[in-house]
Design a protein around this ligand. Structure first.
Ligand code: AMP
Length: 279
C-alpha cells in the first residue's frame, strides 16, 4: 500500500490513474479503523480498479472541543488493517495540508441540515462538507463509500455533489454491528467495560420498538423508546426522532415505506448514534 501525505502527490497519482482509464473508489475516514470501515474498503475493492482510503480527524466538524481531544488516534494499527484489507493507497494529510487555505466554504443544505445531527451539532455538516469536498477535488473518485450509520451524512454528501456538480457516485453501505448488536464505532473504544456491556441496549430497545410498529403510532413508538431509556440511569437519551428516509423530516402520520428512526444517546461521557428502519 502506498502512503501519501501531500495534496500534490495524491493529485498527481489520481490524475495519472484517470489518464490510464482506471476507476477510483474512495473511502474517507477519521481513523481508529474497524470492521465498519473495512466493509467500505471491501465494497470499493469489488467495484473499482483502485481503492483509496483517507484518514483525517477533521477539527472543524467537531462542535465540542473535548470530543475532538478524546478522539482515538491509532495510525500504526490503521496502516496494518488497511494493508491486510489490500487497500491500494492511504492518504493521510496533516491539518496544515488540508487547511492550507482557511476553511471559508459555506454550504447550505436547507431542511436536510436543520434536523437530527444537524440540529444538535451546529456547524457539523458544514465541516464535513468542507473536508469531503476538498478530498473529492484532490482524489477525483468515481465512487465514494459512506456508512448508513451516519445516515444524515450520506444525504448531505449526496446533496453536496449535486450542488457542486461533481461526477461522483455516492454509495451508501449498511451498518456493521458487533455480535451483541452495538453499531461499531471508533467512539466505542472510549467506553469503560461496564458501559460497553450496557451499550447494546440502544440497538435492542430500537429492535423492540420495531416489533411493535404495526400496533403503535409513531408518537407511541417515540414514547416507548423514551420510557425504556428512562429506566437505564447510566444512559441519557439526547434525541429519538422518526423521519422520512429521503427528506429526513419528522413523520407524524402513518406511512408504510421509507421510515427510519434516528437516535443519539450519552453513555459514560460518550455520544453514541444509531438508526432503526421501521418501513
Ligand atoms: P468515521 O471514521 O467515523 O468518520 O467513519 C468513516 C466512514 O465509515 C463513514 O462513512 C461512516 O459512516 C462509516 N462507518 C463508521 N462506522 C460504521 C459501521 N459500523 N458500519 C458501516 N459503516 C461505518
Amino acid at each position: 500500500m502506498k502512503i501519501i501525505n501531500t495534496i500534490e502527490e495524491i493529485s498527481q497519482i489520481t490524475d495519472r490513474l484517470k489518464q490510464e482509464g482506471k476507476t477510483i473508489g474512495f473511502v474517507p475516514t477519521m481513523g481508529a479503523l474497524h470492521k465498519g470501515h473495512i466493509s467500505l474498503i471491501s465494497r470499493s475493492k469489488e467495484e473499482n480498479d483502485v481503492t483509496i482510503c483517507s484518514i483525517f480527524v477533521n477539527p472543524i466538524q467537531f462542535n465540542n472541543k473535548e470530543d475532538l481531544e478524546k478522539y482515538p488516534i491509532r495510525t500504526d494499527e490503521d496502516i496494518l488493517i488497511l494493508e491486510e484489507s489490500n487497500c491500494d493507497i492511504l492518504f493521510i494529510p496533516s491539518q496544515e495540508e488540508v487547511y492550507f487555505e482557511p476553511a471559508t466554504e459555506r454550504f447550505s443544505f436547507g431542511k436536510l441540515e436543520e434536523v437530527l445531527e444537524g440540529k444538535q451539532r451546529p456547524g457539523h455538516f458544514n465541516g464535513v462538507a468542507t473536508v469531503v469536498s476538498r478530498l473529492f477535488k484532490w482524489i477525483k473518485p468515481n465512487k465514494a463509500y459512506f456508512g448508513e450509520k451516519d445516515y444524515q451524512q450520506v444525504a448531505i454528501i449526496k446533496d453536496m455533489v449535486k450542488q457542486l456538480d461533481m461526477p461522483i457516485e455516492i454509495i451508501p453501505c449498511p451498518i456493521i454491528r458487533e455480535e451483541d448488536g452495538l453499531a461499531i464505532s471508533s467512539r466505542n473504544l472510549l467506553l469503560s467495560s461496564d458501559a460497553r456491556k450496557l451499550a447494546p441496549k440502544i440497538h435492542s430497545i430500537l429492535i423492540k420498538s420495531a416489533y411493535q410498529k404495526d400496533n403503535l403510532t409513531f408518537s407511541q413508538i417515540k414514547s416507548f423508546v423514551s420510557s425504556e431509556f428512562k429506566l437505564i440511569k447510566e444512559m441519557d437519551l439526547e434525541y429519538f426522532e422518526i423521519v422520512d428516509d429521503e427528506t429526513l423530516q419528522p413523520i407524524t402520520k402513518k406511512q408504510e415505506n421509507g421510515v427510519v428512526g434516528f437516535i443519539a444517546v450519552w453513555l459514560d461521557g460518550v455520544r453514541l448514534i444509531d438508526i432503526q428502519r421501521y418501513y
